[in-house]
Design a protein around this ligand. Structure first.
Ligand code: CA
Length: 491
């Protein structure tokens, strides 16, 4: 069966709601659509309590169990609700992908006097102050947890850098002596530092603690995979070490995805190589191609939609997606694919051979929220994309067999899947336009001769009877996507 990941949250999912109960309720339905894996947001206590989605990590061991940061539950519910949610998802035959935030910690409990040197924000290799001492919240004792599960105290030796009064400062510890950890690229000089207290992976105690935590976390929750946050900002050397430890400890594989946020396939391929192909990556360049295509409309040459993408260069290790919680409106990396093009983009990730698609929550459940931008309150409404739900089913039922490409025109492109004998009614033909209405002569192969195809997505009224070679003239409306399936197929 084709794999489909579902990202079951968005940035603004209400803290008044309870995502764990919501995901638990929806699990049987997601499984019935054909979802195979559910990605859940960070489950541990945030430095901001319930006021942010979980990426401002305070305590990895607090899954909504201890009274810390003004709350027992997290933004998404209590520990017990989280465990029940995971169990229900797994009972419905799906995997659970946990969101691991290892790059930084926030909300330290106590201040320490620490030696630092300030660096330039644009070039973190450029030191802009003499070494000096400052008071910083770098000591994490987790008083609400009182040493349960782990008595490890994080202090300034566990961190490479901090942010003081808006300026980034490297900690002069015994591991780096004020230098950053090695990164694969020289973006911003060195992009080790992203936010908060940046974790020091050269410290062996840190690595041991994160391995112990990994054992505890998997044992406690039973998750089947990992989505690793901000991997671009972490010493790449850490990943094989940690992943192999967990794999060996549990004697099984964990489906692992990394978020390497870079609109350039070169660094993504390099990361996968140096981490020994243990980590699939989100296809960020493909997302940006979708974004650009949605902005440029008819001026975008659809033959270039896969240019520079991971799914083209390394299809077996690419997780394709249209939007996520970081690209949604008002978020830091805002680059939301315009609504008219979302059916095109979803057809490209859901109904083709290459890549494993990840469906974003609002595409199926919609999302409405308010946030401030430059002091102005903005209301956002992300509407459901009606074709996505049927596409999840068609991916499971029909998207099999030989794929033939028709990316031979700037505005009208398509492909066919010939289907497989043991998958009843399988095979399909997709045609999309970013301009005018049009048509294309496409083949589904001789074995499909005589089959009658109808458009299930794009509103074309006619039926196409395939000739003795399995060929037919498929049509598409202006700016639309047509998905042609066997007329006997029922969603
Ligand atoms: Ca880092």
């Amino acid at each position: 069966m084709n794999q489909t990941i579902f990202q079951f949250f968005h940035w603004y999912y209400s803290p008044e709601g309870n995502l764990w109960n919501h995901a638990k309720d929806k699990a049987p339905w997601l499984a019935s659509l054909g979802v195979t894996d559910v990605w859940l947001p960070p489950a541990y206590k945030s430095a901001k309590g319930v006021d942010e989605p979980g990426y401002a990590v305070y305590d990895l061991y607090d899954l909504g169990e201890f009274d810390q940061k003004g709350t027992v539950r997290t933004r998404y519910g209590t520990k017990q609700e989280y465990l029940d949610c995971i169990k229900t998802i797994k009972d419905n035959g799906m995997g659970v992908i946990a969101d691991l935030v290892f790059n930084h910690k926030m909300g330290g409990d106590e201040k320490e006097l620490v030696p630092v040197q300030k660096v330039s924000d644009e070039n973190r290799e450029e030191v802009i102050s003499e070494p000096h001492q400052v008071e910083a919240h770098t000591r994490f004792t987790f008083p609400g947890r009182r040493g349960k599960y782990s008595d490890y105290v994080w202090d300034w030796h566990s961190f490479t850098g901090i942010c003081e009064d808006g300026t980034i400062a490297a900690l002069i510890n015994e591991y780096g002596h004020g230098t950053w950890e090695p990164m694969l690229e020289d973006e911003n000089g060195n992009f080790d530092y992203l936010m908060g207290n940046d974790i020091e992976f050269r410290n062996p105690n840190v690595r041991e603690e994160l391995k112990r935590w990994g054992e505890w976390y998997v044992e406690t929750t039973g998750v089947t995979g990992f989505r690793m946050d901000a991997v671009k900002h972490i010493n790449p050397d850490f990943f094989p070490d940690w992943l192999d430890h967990i794999k060996n400890h549990f004697q099984r594989d964990f489906f692992t995805i990394g978020e390497y946020w870079r609109n350039d396939v070169g660094p993504l391929l390099k990361f996968q190589e140096v981490t020994g192909h243990r980590i699939k990556l989100f296809d960020v360049p493909l997302h940006f191609n979708f974004y650009r295509a949605s902005m440029e409309g008819i001026d975008f040459d659809m033959r270039a939609i896969f240019d520079n993408s991971l799914v083209k260069e390394n299809p077996f290790e690419a997780i394709t997606f249209v939007d996520n919680h970081d690209t949604q409106p008002l978020q830091s990396l805002e680059s939301t694919v315009d609504y008219w093009f979302k059916p095109h983009a979803y057809a490209i990730i859901m109904l083709r051979e290459a890549g494993i698609p990840c469906v974003f929550y609002p595409a199926v459940f919609e999302a409405k929220y308010v946030d401030d931008k430059d002091g102005e309150e903005i209301y956002v409404e992300l509407n459901k994309i009606p074709v996505v739900e049927p596409m999840i089913k068609m991916r499971r039922d029909l998207c099999y067999g030989i794929q033939v490409e028709y990316f031979d025109d700037a505005t009208i492109v398509g492909w066919t899947k010939q289907g497989e004998r043991d998958k009843q009614l399988s095979g399909l033909a997709v045609l999309m336009s970013n301009g005018d209405e049009g048509e294309k002569w496409m083949s589904m192969g001789e074995k499909n001769a005589g089959r009658i195809m109808t458009d299930i997505c794009g509103g074309r009224p006619e039926r196409v009877t395939l000739n003795e070679k399995g060929e037919g003239m498929f049509k598409v409306n202006a700016g639309s996507v047509s998905v042609w399936v066997d007329e006997r197929y029922r969603l």
